[in-house]
Write a protein that binds this ligand. Structure first.
Ligand code: MCN
Length: 800
């Protein structure tokens, strides 16, 4: 760190000044002249044929401007919502990709499927009219779980896909893995469910469409993590709007967690409807509407086996997963249980043979797509449950078993048997550090103390590797991405040396306005508060792929670094001219350009001013102005890794699991802002702990009704569920990006579910419990304790 606001400084988040004062601008805050309000009429049925839609009663209600249905979209040639990733399955068979109309046509395929869109002059009038839309349905048998959807004779979600299978995909070397199992001394097995989740960002989704008849210009304000991609997908594939006639703005966004990184039907409908009615149209999602219209996460059923030799060396891993795709394919849906899952099954281990098969299955449920971690928490959960089970069965200490199989620091770069090559890492140091910080060796004392109070205590450990920093285009496109995954940045230096940075990433809680300003501060020697970070507006920002997959720093930050380097190069040219020296003699350090070996110098401010007052510039070799742009596409993902420890206490009388301690040690490469990294890890941990202990999105398998459709039934973790957590970092620099950084945004959700459940199982191990599916709610745990036979309470409690 060369200055107080540069790389490595715990600078307070600049953006919090407006957020904490209630001065953010969210889509719901935006008012456009003559604005109308839209309400979607959604299906109450999971699966039904639409026999008739009668709009008569709705259209005559006060203030109603229009009511649209799928037929109106069809007549206007509006396309279906496209999928952004095509997975090619076994034998080169491409995934099945049924159409996804923005308003249902002929059939509804999940509860909440949008059937009609009402536009009125007030939201109250729009709601009244929505209630008056009469839809006649022929209710069809529905299926919500993947296992039921695969049964012979199961209800068929798409007539043209009679087996409900989207794709059957595999990864790894089947023969080598089978050979490993033949040679194994021990095979550990687990069957598990990765529970379905609802993202629930603090701000529900919202969208406003506006059409300017004079210029034929469309504008969409939307709660998106990637406005440029919405512009491309919606403009090009759905509404046929030329790109130069479409502006997409994603202003302040109150959290996304993946849920806002898809192109949603509602965005296309408001944009199209605003042109139809000639007035802006605003839709703001209700919280309970979000439960039936935001894409969900996870929902896997898995069987996995780990083959070991007599001393506990991992020989092979075999995984079979069935993943729920829901009723339509969401933007990245097919990619999550395939390429964001299979390659992560290697974890931090030297397992020589891995084979993974995934069946992706359509059901009458909401589409399933990325939710923080996306595929990687699922893979880590499978692997780390298996490692604990193997340790128990083989009577090998679980720490020792992990140590024995962890990739040593000296083995990097390390090619796994499942596609990826880790460039750098030191997972053993993470493991050793977490054991010390969590006082692993002192656990038995704490357990005894809990037992004296009649409680079961358990400690859990998980080590994992992550692939993030999504990019790289060259790999992603080969694997099915229908677009590049690079990133871009423009650095605009004003005459006063104030700086505006235009970023292709999108900040919706990650602190980019602070950390990206820190990078500029470090590289150009200006204070961070003289740097403004602009994002989220396709008319301002050149192009960008947005924020997800913990990519913004590794990919966007690297583009920014490149752009600052170009600014320095240009600055050197200007300095050479001003100082009458050779450009090659100009040095730049801490905001000062100087002629090497002399005291002749010009400050960054003087150079910025000169660039805009170019007296005597040799114009044939030196252009005025100081603005540079860079695009960056890495050669590989970044691979953070981590080791987490959780300690839980269980009340055997009630089944309540109390998380009493959590320690995370994560390798995130170079750290730009330690405070923000810590905050990101804490946030991810709470979401991972939520999945482990309380969150569950539940459908009735026969009716397809969503049983957990509000916060009354869907339990989010609260502050008093979470102990003071310790998050520490280690830094082995990423070898291929210029900052040496690795992502940190998803580490918590990846490590926490396995860590917490391993602790819960440990606490219940004396009852013969070997696995607990998530979430470990009180009723679930109470049932397990009771089914385990007589309640084996610690002796003090029995006597009490
Ligand atoms: N950072 C750093 N040093 C590092 C790594 C990161 O200082 N070595 C900083 C970055 O500069 C950035 C933040 O930490 O300010 C997160 O960076 P990164 O890991 O690159 O992740 P992204 O910015 O791409 O954010 C995406 C990630 C994901 S995938 C989800 S989901 C998620 C998350 O971040 N959703 C969030 N964190 C969230 N936090 C909030 N508040 N809200 C969400 O919706």
């Amino acid at each position: 760190m060369t200055n107080l606001t540069g790389i490595g400084a715990s600078v307070l988040r600049k953006e919090d000044r407006r957020f904490l004062a209630g001065r953010g601008t969210y889509v719901a805050d935006i008012k456009r002249p003559d604005m109308t309000f839209g309400v979607f009429v959604r299906s109450p049925h999971a699966h039904a044929r639409i026999k008739a839609i009668d709009l008569t009663a709705a259209l005559v209600l006060p203030g109603v401007v229009a009511v649209f249905t799928g037929d109106d979209l069809k007549r206007d040639g509006v396309g279906g919502i496209p999928c952004g990733w095509c997975v090619t399955g076994k034998g080169g068979v491409p995934m099945k990709e049924p159409s996804h109309p923005a308003l249902a046509q002929g059939k509804v395929r999940h509860v909440g499927d949008a059937v009609a869109f009402v536009v009125a002059d007030t939201i109250a009038n729009a709601r009244d009219a929505a209630a008056a839309v009469a839809i006649e349905y022929e209710v069809l048998p529905a299926v919500a779980s993947v296992l039921s959807a695969l049964k012979v004779g199961a209800p068929v979600v798409f007539d043209e896909i009679p087996d409900n299978i989207c794709y059957e995909w595999d990864l790894g070397d089947r023969e080598a893995t089978e050979a490993a199992f033949k040679n194994a001394d021990h095979v550990a097995r687990v069957k598990l469910i990765n529970n379905r989740l609802v993202g629930n960002p603090m701000e529900p989704r919202a969208a406003i469409g506006e059409y300017n008849q004079a210029t034929a210009q469309h504008t969409l304000w939307t709660t998106s993590q990637f406005p440029h991609i919405v512009k491309l997908l919606m403009g090009n594939f759905v509404l046929n709007i030329p790109q130069h006639k479409l502006r997409v703005v994603a202003p302040d966004v109150g959290g996304g967690f993946g849920v806002k990184q898809f192109h949603y039907a509602e965005e296309a409908v408001v944009t199209w409807a605003s042109a139809k009615v000639g007035r802006p149209v605003k839709w703001v999602c209700e919280r309970s509407e979000g439960f039936v219209s935001d894409a969900h996460g996870r929902d896997h059923v898995t069987e996995a086996e780990l083959a070991l030799d007599a001393v506990g060396k991992f020989l092979g891993l075999r995984v079979r997963t069935i993943a729920n795709m829901g009723g339509y394919l969401s933007t990245f849906g097919p990619n999550i249980p395939s390429y964001l899952y299979g390659p992560l099954l290697a974890g931090v281990y030297t397992t020589p043979a891995i084979y993974c098969e995934v069946k992706a299955v359509f059901t009458n449920t909401l589409p399933v797509d990325a939710y923080r971690g996306a595929g990687r928490p699922e893979a880590t959960f499978v692997l780390e449950r298996l490692v604990d089970i193997a340790a128990k069965e083989m009577r090998i200490d679980r720490v020792e078993l992990r140590r024995k199989n962890t990739i040593p620091k000296t083995a990097y770069p390390y090619k796994t048997p499942v596609l990826v090559e880790y460039d750098n890492g030191d997972p053993l140091s993470c493991l050793e550090k977490v054991l010390v910080v969590a006082d692993w060796s002192g656990f038995s004392k704490r357990k005894a103390e809990s037992e004296r109070r009649g409680k079961y205590r358990g400690i859990g450990l998980c080590t994992f590797a992550e692939a993030c920093g999504l990019a790289p285009s060259r790999i992603a496109i080969r694997l099915g991405a229908r677009g590049g995954l690079f990133e871009s940045a423009t650095v605009r230096v004003h005459p006063t040396a104030d700086i505006t940075v235009l970023m292709g990433t999108h900040n919706h809680g990650q602190g980019h306005e602070t950390t990206f300003a820190q990078i500029v501060s470090e590289k150009l020697g200006v204070p961070a508060d003289r740097v403004e970070i602009v994002f989220g507006d396709t008319d301002k920002v050149q192009f960008g792929l947005g924020t997800y997959g913990s990519r913004s720093l590794a990919v966007g930050g690297s583009a920014l670094l490149k752009a600052t380097e170009k600014v320095v190069l240009k600055g050197k040219k200007i300095a050479a001219h001003m100082l009458e020296a050779s450009e090659s003699d100009i040095e730049f350090r801490a905001g000062v350009f100087s002629v090497a070996g002399t005291d002749r110098r010009k400050s960054f401010q003087e150079i910025a001013l000169s660039a805009h007052f170019p007296i005597n510039y040799p114009l044939e070799v030196l252009e005025p102005g100081l603005e540079e742009q860079a695009f960056y596409d890495p050669v590989n993902f970044t691979f953070p890794s981590g080791a987490h420890v959780a300690e839980v206490e269980i009340d055997p009388e009630t089944g309540v699991v109390t998380l009493v301690n959590y320690v995370a040690v994560d390798d995130v490469g170079t750290v730009i802002n330690p405070m923000i990294v810590k905050g990101q890890i804490h946030g991810g941990l709470v979401q991972g702990i939520g999945q482990a202990l309380c969150e569950a999105c539940v459908y009735d398998d026969i009716s397809g009704q969503l049983l957990s459709g509000s916060f009354m039934d869907y339990c989010m973790p609260r502050a008093d569920d979470i102990p003071m957590m310790h998050a520490e970092t280690l830094s082995t620099a990423c070898t291929h990006n210029p900052l040496g950084v690795k992502g940190c945004g998803e580490l918590g959700t990846i490590g926490a579910p396995a860590t917490v459940i391993n602790a819960v199982v440990d606490a219940l191990a004396h009852l013969g419990v070997t696995h607990v599916d998530m979430p470990a709610t009180p009723s679930h745990i109470w049932g397990i304790i009771n089914n385990a036979g007589s309640l084996k309470l610690p002796s003090r409690t029995r006597n009490a």
